[in-house]
Design a protein around this ligand. Sequence first.
Ligand SMILES: [Zn+2]
Length: 291
Amino acid sequence: MIKNNFYIFLAFCLLLTGCRQKSAVKSEFISVSIEPQRYFAEKIVGDKFKVKTLVPNGSSPESFDPAPSQMVDLGKSRAYFMIGLFAFEKVRASNLSESNPEMLLVDCSKNLICVEQGHEGHSHAHDGHSHQGSDPHIWNSPETALVVAKNILQGVTQIDPANKNFYEANYKKLEKEIYETDSIVKQKLVNLKTRQFIIYHPALSYFAKEYGLEQYTVEFQGKAPSPSQMVELVNESKTKGIKTVFVQPEFDRKNAEVLAKEIGAHVVEINPLAYDWKEEMVKIAEALEKQ
Ligand SMILES: [Zn+2]
């Protein structure tokens, strides 16, 4: 009888742990703010976690505001890897940690020297020296992307130390890919006729800094330019012989097209928020090479 009871008890225990394991696996996901972070995170975690992106395609993370249901879902993540420099992240971070003490919050801009907004080469001919904080586009250059990837590695290792070696090996492969991307980009930018380019929204500040380029923006302090600012930009662009105007899907391209026509430049659509980080980096370099 005692023996029988013991087996029933044992079976019950097995059933319990079985169920618990199953439900734990189901909720094992990590979250990131934007798609290029998912590209890095997926390469590091492999099949150990599902990776969810908070900011949907077509939204600009600078003006993004998560819905309450998105915040609830985000709180169920094992870890949330934010860029750390977007307004919505700064507003939501402390509350998110307080209501989800089990969730690890990782700032991907940790250990990075940021470019100040409005000071990336020339944001505009005369930007009035406005200080809007650190430029958030840290994933758009191999050097800074490497820091983002390293912060993801550290966070993942913290929540799942048992698989440390697996994550580190994956990170090494990603690091190699980032270095390869850097040499492809470098090669394409070696003999540029002009090292200046125009972009609607200043997404390439870190890219410009890393490769000795100058970024001019159509957008002025996050807003469409005034007619006088446009005239100023046209004159400056003509003087510098700028031949490329980048536009991004989240922003209005009308002003950029008017400007390009005026100065005889090509409009090139890029998407620095796309998932395939490497493809996008190479595409930007190729556009500059062809100008
Ligand atoms: Zn942006």
